[in-house]
Design a protein around this ligand. Structure first.
Ligand SMILES: [Fe+2]
Ligand SMILES: [Fe+2]
Length: 262
């Protein structure tokens, strides 16, 4: 079987509509208002549906990415336990796909109603497995922690126990996946500070994209709340969480200083 599968080779049926990562991040507007799960916003059902569809396609790619990482390396390149963690993650992500499909039905979303970009899978195509763990398990699944916590709170605010418990169960698994990333980044790069620093820089670049121009943060106006407590459980240090918040804050100030559409 072929190793290092490119994103263009992912199998999809005709329902899903692909856009490029460049297209996805080309919207330069301030996204704090349009992304916030504000129960009082008239268009909040559409915001929630768009976010949920994004979660769904992310779950498909998380399954594909973990599967590739379990398969792409031999045990002289990565520890066997790392491969087993990736296999366990596949099991979880497959379950998340099924939960997401059922939750989408519950929320009135059609598969393919919103776009798919393969940014998550692209991060899992890096040739160095530790970069994959940093970019996917720590950056993007760290984002999943923030997003699932945000959606879980939204489910509580809307008195929707189906949404609340689906997000709560997936959140618990994502904490485990991020923890795997934290563990293997630390263990595999023990004694190799340059490789560790480079992987962390890759993680920072991915985190920067998914701050959505400052929409992630800890204030009341943050569209995606940094889930500090769950991130700590997943192996993030206070300094690392502070750095994400500071980077996002800097992006937000940049958008406010130079609004594209005013
Ligand atoms: Fe997941
Ligand atoms: Fe995950």
């Amino acid at each position: 079987m072929r190793r290092l599968l490119p994103p263009s080779a992912l199998a999809r049926d005709g329902r899903l509509h692909r856009i490029t990562t460049t297209e996805r991040f080309s919207d330069e507007r301030d996204q704090r208002d349009t992304r916030r799960m504000d129960p009082n916003a008239p268009d909040v059902p559409d915001r929630a549906r768009a976010l949920m569809h994004g979660i769904f396609v992310g779950e498909i790619q998380a399954l594909e990415g973990a599967g590739r990482t379990a398969f792409d390396y031999d045990t002289d390149e990565v520890p066997l336990q790392l491969k087993l963690d990736m296999a366990r993650q596949c099991w979880d992500e497959a379950r998340h796909c099924e939960i997401s499909v059922k939750l989408s039905g519950h929320m009135g979303i059609e598969i393919g109603e919103y776009f798919e970009s393969t940014t998550l899978f692209e991060a899992s195509c890096h040739e160095d497995p530790i970069f994959r763990l940093a970019g996917v398990n720590r950056a993007l699944e760290g984002l999943a922690i923030d997003v699932f916590n945000t959606m879980r709170e939204f489910g509580a605010a809307m008195d929707d126990p189906v949404l609340y418990f689906c997000e709560d169960w997936m959140l618990a698994d994502e904490v485990t996946h991020v923890k795997m990333g934290s563990r293997w980044l630390r263990e595999v790069t023990e004694g190799d500070p340059e490789r560790r620093a480079a992987a962390l820089e890759f993680q920072r670049v991915v985190d920067g994209l998914f701050n959505f121009r400052g929409a992630r943060g800890e204030g009341v106006d943050a569209a995606i709340l940094l889930a500090r407590r769950f991130r700590e459980m997943a192996g993030f240090t206070d300094d690392e969480i502070d750095a994400i918040a500071a980077d996002s804050e800097a992006q937000r100030r940049g958008v406010e200083a130079d609004p594209v559409f005013s």
